[in-house]
Each structure stands twice: as structure tokens, then as C-alpha cells.
Design a binder for this molecule. Structure first.
Ligand SMILES: Nc1ncnc2c1ncn2[C@@H]1O[C@H](COP(=O)(O)OP(=O)(O)OP(=O)(O)O)[C@@H](O)[C@H]1O
Length: 235
């Protein structure tokens, strides 16, 4: 099977010549679940922004599912992201005045590929969105509540359901559990991994909490793959 992520001689600086990332080589195989850990400021979100094609490295290549992101125009990278990557942002990025359900359905509105995969499942997007939200613990009433009226934990579940709808090949989660207590956090991660496995989705989960490593196939320290020395001392 193709690699989900393949990084080769990547260098990235936000400004000047102070590198935030200098990664000679890194691969995530399709189907793996990987926890990527590093202290605050070490460059985790920066790396995710390169993987998602939001920013582009000054040097080297980032290949996702055999596609080199720097070969695509900005618009094509946006389309590639919508089709192939489910992204749970630190702040969830929900539209505040849409309901939980409508926020989840946005995932298919911007991606014909995701609509096709939903259609191939034999269910409607709405049916799957409701199923995911309910499995993640939202009540029927909460499905129709606007995002602005949901708790942080509920918003996180909506963001997870949105990222997974339409079975993207890769799920990227940027520290989505920092607002939760440890029991709820562990339950959430187990569910996220269960839903990802059902969809054959590769998972890259970023955190500064090493205790979550037990749930993943592989635990990677950013400092082991990144030669740039940004960030604070290890937390
Ligand atoms: N948009 C930006 N413009 C300029 N510098 C930035 C930008 N985003 C991040 N940086 C810098 O890049 C470095 C890495 O930041 P990044 O957010 O990637 O770290 P992180 O490991 O995700 O941290 P945290 O765990 O706190 O989210 C920091 O020094 C930060 O100041």
C-alpha cells in the first residue's frame, strides 16, 4: 500500500533563516495510527499546516498519498485537502451559527470525493453524520443546537464527526483533547480510533501529552525527526 505521508529533506522557516522544521525523512504508512508529541512551540502545528497544504515548505517535498503538495496550486491544494484529509483544529473551527449536524455536513459540501464515498456506503450523508454524532455521545436535541450553544467537549465531538464524514484517507488531529478531563479524553480517543479504523483512515494525532501513546500504533517525538531546535525545553 502507498504511504500516507512521505517527507523528504523538508525545511521550513516562518521568517529569516531560523528554521522551525528541518526533517530529513519521515514516513507514515497507510493505516497507521501515530501519536506525534513535542513541547509547546516545537513546531507541531507548523508541521501539520505543511501536511495539510495550508503552508508550503521552502525546501524539500511533502507527499500525501503519493501526491507532492508543492506540485499543486493553492486552489488544488485546498481541493486535495477537502477530498483526502479530515482535520480537527485546536479550536475546532466550527461555524458558530450552524447546528452541530450542519457543521458535520459541511465536510461533504466541499468535496465531491467525500460525497462519492458516502454514496458508496449506501447511506445518506445525513444518516452517517447523525450516526457519528450519536456514537460520539451527542443527544438528538444537541444535534440541532447551534455550535455556539455547545460545550467545548461537545464542539470537539462535532469537529471529529466532521473530520471523519466521507472517509478521508488521513485524519489529522491537532491537540483536540486539551480542554477535557482524562476520562473523557481517553473515551474520545478510543472512539476516534474506532471510527477511523472502520473507514480505513490513517491517523496522525498531535499532543504534548505522552500518556496517550498507549492508544496508538506508534509514538513519535518531534525532536527525534526534526533537527531544528525550536521550542522550549521538554515539558
Ligand atoms: N503564523 C506564524 N508566523 C510566525 N511564526 C509562527 C507562526 N506560527 C507559529 N510560529 C512560530 O513557529 C514556532 C512553532 O510553533 P507551532 O505553533 O508550530 O508549535 P507547536 O509545537 O504546535 O506549539 P503548541 O503545542 O503550543 O501548539 C514557534 O516559535 C512559533 O512562534
Amino acid at each position: 500500500m502507498a504511504s500516507a505521508i512521505e517527507i523528504d529533506r523538508l525545511a521550513f522557516a516562518w521568517q529569516g533563516d531560523q528554521l522551525t522544521l528541518d526533517i530529513p525523512q519521515w514516513t507514515v504508512e497507510a493505516g497507521e495510527t501515530v501519536l506525534l508529541r513535542g513541547p509547546s512551540g516545537s513546531g507541531k502545528s507548523t508541521l501539520l499546516s505543511l501536511l495539510a497544504g495550508i503552508n508550503v515548505a521552502q525546501q524539500g517535498t511533502v507527499q500525501l498519498l503519493d501526491q507532492s503538495l508543492s506540485d499543486l496550486s493553492g486552489r488544488k491544494r485546498d481541493k486535495f485537502r477537502a477530498d483526502h484529509i479530515g482535520y480537527i483544529f485546536q479550536q475546532f473551527n466550527l461555524l458558530p451559527y450552524l447546528s452541530a449536524l450542519d457543521n458535520v455536513l459541511l465536510a461533504t459540501q466541499f468535496s465531491p470525493k467525500r460525497r462519492q464515498r458516502v454514496a458508496a456506503s449506501g447511506h445518506s450523508a445525513e444518516h452517517l453524520a447523525v450516526e457519528y454524532l450519536q456514537r460520539l455521545g451527542l443527544t438528538s436535541t444537541q444535534l440541532h443546537q447551534t455550535a455556539v450553544h455547545l460545550s467545548v467537549g461537545q464542539q470537539q465531538r462535532v469537529a471529529a464527526a466532521r473530520a471523519l464524514l466521507g472517509a478521508p484517507e488521513l485524519l489529522i488531529a491537532d491537540e483536540p483533547t486539551s480542554a477535557l478531563d482524562s476520562d473523557r479524553r481517553d473515551d474520545f480517543i478510543k472512539l476516534l480510533l474506532e471510527l477511523s479504523e472502520q473507514n480505513n483512515t490513517t491517523v496522525l494525532f498531535v499532543t504534548h501529552d505522552a500518556s496517550l501513546g498507549q492508544y496508538f500504533n506508534r509514538h513519535v517525538e518531534l525532536s527525534d525527526i526534526n533537527r531544528a531546535s525550536g521550542g522550549l525545553a521538554h515539558a
